[in-house]
Each structure stands twice: as C-alpha cells, then as structure tokens.
Write a protein that binds this ligand. Structure first.
Ligand code: NAD
Length: 249
C-alpha cells in the first residue's frame, strides 16, 4: 500500500491545460500518481471529465485564448483546492500546414492558443504564486521552437520559440518571489498529432532519432513531476530537452 504522505508531490495542487488527451492527460495522471491533486482544463470538457473521473481530479472547461475565462477557471481551481502550486501550460494546436498555405486566420489561431494562451496561464498563475511566495510553472515548448521541424508548421515553430522566450521573462520576474518557471522541449512523443501523421513520415521521423524510438507520454509526465518537485527548486528559466538525442546542444 502506498503511503500518500511519502509521495513527492503529496499535499500539492496542479492546474494542467489541454489535459483531456495526449501529453496533457499523461501529465495530469503523472502528477496525480506523484500525490498532487489536479485540475484538468480543456476546451473539450468531456475529455477532461473522463480523465478527471479516473484520478479524482477537477474537470474544467477552458479555452485558453480567453483571458477572462482563464481567470475564472483558475479561480475555481483555487476555490476548490485552496491554492494552486503547479501550473502546466500544455494546451496547443499542432497543424503541419506548409508555410505557403497558412492562412492569416490559422496563423492567428495557432499563436493565440500556443503563445497567448500560455502567456495568460503564466500571468494568472504567476500573480497567485507571487502572492503566496511559492510555486512552479512548466511550459510545454517543443524542439520545433529550437530548430526547424519538417513535422510541424512554421506558425507552430514560431509559437514554441516565443514560448521559450516567454518562459525566461516570467522566470526572471518571478524568481525573487520563490516561483520557478521552466520549459520542456519534447519531440516525437507518441500522441494524437504523431499518430495522425502518414506512416512513411513517421518512419522517417523515427529513423532520425539517435535513441531509435519515439518518446512515451509518461516520460514527459516524469519530467514535469521532476520540475515540480523540491529537487528542482534551483532550476528556473531552463529548457529541458526530451527528444531522444535528435537535437543536442
Ligand atoms: N506530441 C509531441 O510529440 C509533442 C512534441 C513537442 C511538443 N509537444 C507539446 O506538448 C503539448 C501537448 O501536445 P499533444 O501532442 O498532447 O497534443 P494534442 O493535440 O493531443 O492535445 C492538445 C490538447 O489541448 C487542447 N486544446 C486545444 N486548443 C485548446 C484551447 N484553445 N483551450 C484549451 N485547450 C485546448 C485539446 O483539446 C487537447 O486536449 C503541446 O503543447 C505540444 O505543442 C508535443
């Protein structure tokens, strides 16, 4: 039998955006397994509810593009749990549209979800954590924000590069208040966007990974648990690469 008090995140609370499927779902599950109580926010409420039911979490409908709705959902999590210790900005759109075909609407929407939504998440959680003098924010970047990617669109890469810069700005601003802000930069993790890719493109992608396989969602969750744990308290403004050796620096 697990002694809940011995788990690394026991007594902590987390808010995960885009938690209804894919990596967000795995991150919510990983945080719950590590002892945290988790709010699962997603624009697809039914998906968030299905996962929340299995981990005794709080499901919330949230479109991260809307700052007022974000404030409201975050406030509901604070009211429910008493506080939020861990914020994970994970919600994103991952279109692979050729840069010649990206419409202004698609450009704006990808930037609005991936970058503006994460900005709102950092700022709303940052205010709450600054007041409490403690907290941890994890932003889901991507290798596509560090080097060119054939698997995703230019707007996606631009949004993720922006998110790495945003991570450093919030890290600098919040460091004096005991709040850490870090980014993960995964690549080629088994997930709905990867599975939607044609088999021949999947093979080419896998062949370019030195470790010879795709990453697993639970490996991304483990990195988030680490960043949220006391052992990572001296890390802020960092980007943690999770790419099987595809991009070494
Ligand atoms: N899968 C990978 O290999 C990979 C690689 C690098 C980075 N990432 C990053 O990891 C994160 C999760 O990716 P994934 O592969 O699980 O994607 P996914 O498309 O499977 O999941 C995205 C989730 O975000 C939600 N979402 C979309 N728009 C939203 C909005 N406006 N408001 C709230 N929720 C919204 C979706 O409903 C969905 O549940 C993303 O930030 C992505 O960029 C993934």
């Amino acid at each position: 039998m697990t002694n809940a008090a011995l788990l690394p995140l026991s007594g902590r609370t987390a808010f995960v955006t885009g938690a209804g499927q894919g990596l967000g779902e795995a991150i919510a599950r990983g945080l719950a397994e590590a002892g945290a109580r988790v709010a699962l926010a997603d624009v697809e409420l039914a998906n968030a509810e299905a996962v929340a039911a299995q981990i005794d979490g709080l499901a919330l409908r949230l479109d991260v593009r809307d700052e007022d709705a974000f404030c409201d959902a975050f406030g509901r999590a604070v009211a429910h749990f008493g506080a939020v210790d861990i914020m994970v900005n994970n919600a994103a759109r991952t279109p692979a549209t050729s840069l010649w075909d990206i419409t202004p609407q698609e450009w704006d929407d990808v930037l609005a979800v991936n970058l503006r939504g994460s900005f709102f998440g950092c700022r709303i959680a940052g205010r709450h954590m600054r007041e409490r003098g403690t907290g941890c924010i994890v932003n889901l970047g991507s290798m596509a924000g560090q080097q060119v990617s054939a698997a995703t669109g230019a707007h996606y890469g631009a949004s993720k590069a922006g998110l790495l810069a945003l991570t450093r700005s919030f890290a600098q601003e919040l460091a004096p208040h005991g709040v850490t802000v870090n980014a993960l930069a995964p690549a080629a993790i088994q997930s709905p966007p990867l599975e939607a890719m044609e088999p021949v493109r999947q093979q080419a992608l896998r062949a370019a990974i030195p470790l010879g396989r795709f990453g697993r969602p639970d490996e991304v969750a483990a990195a988030v648990v680490y960043l949220a744990s006391p052992g990572a308290a001296f890390m802020t403004g960092a980007t943690l690469d999770l790419n099987g050796g595809r991009f070494m620096r």
